[in-house]
Design a binder for this molecule. Structure first.
Ligand code: NAD
Length: 469
């Protein structure tokens, strides 16, 4: 069988969706193109005085909306094809959740574990300089965010470097996922995982859809097995268990930990942060067979590490009815098709992990408007609630206690507003995708429906916005 690259696989998903659409071929070809990419090689000085050449890429898949948006990852196995594929997924993802960005993605080909903090900082600052020089970063041009192997720390270095180069009043909007003290937004760190949890909770309410697969509705007590206990994996597990699901197995580089009664996610995270491994955690059994996660019996399998984890060689081992793609591209094209034919539901990455970019959008708006969400209305809302409760007491003698008021009234602080915007986005987009499947008598999978939804929206921006001559 011919090897199909990651970018070609994304293309195939688009072609599969286009079969069900009446779309102009030229526009479809434009939608599929990767518009621009830079390949960078730059030197950094290591702590021991040696000079090392660092390789990096930034792809801008589409410019139908500005700026381009997408994470920057640090991974030793990155290459140009992967970056293009991930940038393409960002174009479709942003369209699905109605976030007005084009798709972008970046990668630095390093294993961050092999570099000191100061070496990493030199890499990030030089990368930002290179991107700035080539006009590949800026609040209206291209806005990176955290991804695999990067976090708010690297985003703060990007923002600081961009600001010192550009002196732009809006420089904070040149990157998202920053620490709150550096112009970040409350709720961004957990956004992708929380989005996964909102999406799954809503998905398990889709009774008609689930009936087709003979799956009982409701997230409560559903068993979850999860690959990758990083940012996305940890927060997905944390919120899913808060919402009543049971996370029964988690795998990481060193192996897999399981407990049929459900793992205590916060305790496990603390344990791994302190010890550096899942091994030895007392409330679960450990095996060094990390890939055992793929054959683990569970209701939902969540790959939250990297792409191409479920493929034609291990797809037949899968013992779940639902795969929730928290990572980007964790199931290969061929495996995806086979699993659909064999009644395994895949909740696709282009929708499921869009919580990160949704909250990045909120952060970008916050940076451009230079005001924290909720600042203007916070006290005003509190006063209104007080007025209503006073009136109730005056007219009917009903006096609400402070606890009762707090139970029904949620403060309009930034985090609550961000979570509420994220929840609404994940729910609304899921309904659009599920309804599309229903309208096609369930003959297409959720991924094809998600791509149709995205392509329709991007097509409209070309048709109504026009194409430059
Ligand atoms: P991360 O670096 O925080 O965590 C990834 C974890 O996966 C790490 O702990 C790593 O040790 C583990 N891992 C790697 N290979 C593994 C393997 N073979 N078995 C078990 N564990 C393994 O990265 P992240 O930000 O959580 O990103 C994970 C995925 O989610 C990526 O595909 C990324 O593109 C995608 N994603 C991330 C975000 C975000 O906001 N961070 C948003 C959308 C999509």
């Amino acid at each position: 069988m011919k090897h199909c690259s990651f970018f070609e696989q994304v293309d195939k998903y688009v072609n599969d969706a286009a079969i069900h659409m009446n779309i102009n071929e030229g526009i479809l070809n434009q939608i599929k193109q990767n518009n621009a990419i830079v390949h960078l090689c730059f030197p950094i000085k290591k702590d021991n005085g040696e000079v090392e050449i660092i390789e990096a890429w930034r792809a801008q898949h589409s410019h139908h909306r500005s700026p381009c948006k997408g994470g920057i990852r640090f991974a030793p196995i990155s290459d140009e094809d992967e970056v293009k594929a991930l940038a393409a997924l960002m174009s479709y993802k942003c369209a699905i959740v109605d976030v007005p960005f084009g798709g972008g993605k970046g990668a630095v080909k390093i294993d961050p574990k092999n570099y000191s903090e100061s070496e990493l900082q030199r890499i990030v600052r030089r990368l930002t300089f290179e991107l700035y020089q080539k006009n590949f970063i800026g609040p209206g041009i291209d806005v990176p965010a955290p991804d695999y192997g990067t976090s708010s720390k690297e985003m703060a270095w990007i923002a600081d470097t961009f600001h010192s180069l550009s002196n732009d009043l809006n420089s904070a909007a040149s990157v998202t996922g920053k620490p709150v003290t550096q112009g970040g937004i409350r709720g961004r760190t957990e956004a992708t995982g929380l989005g996964v949890a909102y999406a799954l909770r809503e998905f398990f309410k889709s009774e008609n859809y689930l009936k087709n697969y003979k799956i009982k509705s409701g997230l409560k007590d559903k068993t979850i097995a999860l690959q990758g206990f990083g940012n996305v994996g940890y927060y997905s597990a944390l919120f899913l268990s808060k919402f009543g699901a049971k996370v029964v197995a988690i795998s990481e580089f060193e192996g897999m930990i399981s407990n049929p009664e459900g793992l205590d996610i916060e305790e496990l995270k603390k344990y791994r942060d302190e010890s550096g491994s899942l091994e030895g955690y007392k409330n679960g059994s450990f095996t060094s067979d990390r890939d055992g996660i793929f054959s683990f019996e569970c209701d939902v399998l969540i790959p939250a590490a990297l792409e191409s984890q479920i493929h034609t060689e291990n797809m037949k081992d899968i013992k779940t009815k639902v795969i929730a793609e928290a990572a980007n591209g964790p199931v290969t094209y061929d495996a995806s098709k086979w699993l659909f034919k064999n009644n395994v539901i895949i909740i696709p990455d282009v929708y499921l992990n869009a919580g990160g970019v949704t909250v990045s959008y909120f952060e970008w708006i916050k940076n451009l408007s230079h005001i924290r969400f909720g600042r203007m209305e916070y006290r005003h809302n509190q006063k209104n609630v007080q007025n209503v409760t006073n009136l109730l007491a005056q007219k009917s003698g009903i006096k609400l206690t402070e606890d009762e008021i707090n139970n029904v009234y949620e403060e309009a602080d930034e985090k609550n507003l961000v979570h509420s915007g994220l929840e609404e986005t994940m729910i609304r987009s899921l309904h659009q995708i599920v309804e599309l499947c229903e309208s096609k008598d369930y003959e297409i999978d959720l991924r094809t429906a998600a791509f149709i939804n995205a392509i329709e929206k991007i097509e409209l921006s070309y048709v109504e916005g026009g194409i430059f001559p």
